[in-house]
Design a binder for this molecule. Sequence first.
Ligand code: SF4
Ligand code: SF4
Length: 175
Amino acid sequence: MKINLKDIPVGPDHPMPEKLKWAKLVYDACSQKLLEEPVVRSLLSDYKDSIQENWKVMKDTGVVAECTRCAMQDGGSCCGSGIENKFDVINLLINLLMGVELPSEPWDPTGCWFLGEKGCRIVARHVICVNFMCRRLYDALSPEKVKAVQEAMQRETENGFMLEEYLKTWLARHG
Ligand code: SF4
Ligand code: SF4
């Protein structure tokens, strides 16, 4: 199917089924060319590395353990319904380029569209998910650990931003 890239809904303010449909259309139309581009491959690789590094830092500093305790024992969660509205087509496209299978419906209607039984079901999360540190985490972690987590978060969000911006430019150029 031929698509006009100028028709892609811009920004986050569109229903998730529409954004998913467009992300898949763009992926089908452009992924081969995109994944052949050295710049895209390099930006994707840096972004993936910084995501993995951030998860490692969150595990090593105790963030993952604290969030698991919060969710399993205290019924806490910061992945509520509506956060998926922050995502735009580019965020979803990046997940597809990383091989993520995007869910066609939420697992928990009271939770974020991407929340699953074992946590987040996507790899490239929104900047508001990545940067979120609640009071409980600040209380549980030493200042050194907070600093290490914040630095890892920043690397992830910066690399994600650079890839997003490049993809937007690429799509505008090829539109
Ligand atoms: S970030 Fe805070 S509220 Fe969210 S799961 Fe972790 S401890 Fe709980
Ligand atoms: S971390 Fe994942 S499940 Fe949680 S709000 Fe962000 S995208 Fe949704």
